[in-house]
Design a protein around this ligand. Sequence first.
Ligand SMILES: [Zn+2]
Ligand SMILES: [Zn+2]
Length: 162
Amino acid sequence: MALIGVQEGSEMELDLRFEAVHEGILVSGSVDVEVVGECGRCLDPLRYGSSVDVQELFYYDAPELAEDEEEDAQRLVENDAIDLEPVLRDAVVTSLPFQPVCREDCQGLCAECGARLEDDPGHQHEVLDPRWAALSGLAGAAATPEAAEPDVKTESDKREES
Ligand SMILES: [Zn+2]
Ligand SMILES: [Zn+2]
């Protein structure tokens, strides 16, 4: 599931103006939608209203394209009608945040245990610096009891065997 979006079938309120201009019809105004999703840091559900500006020129005839222009970037008046849906969708989608957060200063979750840092301001774990961790490994080794005395045969044993 996407982190954030506008739910299918949810209401949108359009406040648009249509102007006849020389090349076509200029649509401008805003669309109000309800955005739902979850915070990218703490995973809390998000829901807020968003008003997105829209401005698009629908051409009567496809204009000459400059070299670097893409054909699908143009909107046309077709059969005396315009298709607003892709325009509204693009405007809303590009207005959505890449990293939605419930609040700008959301503390998010603890990377170690997943606890909500907001609920537990002093939350932290004893994290050993890896360099110290290596040293504590050495100390541990030194602290372990000496390996059992090697089974060294005495001179007398050797003589008996030979
Ligand atoms: Zn959050
Ligand atoms: Zn934690």
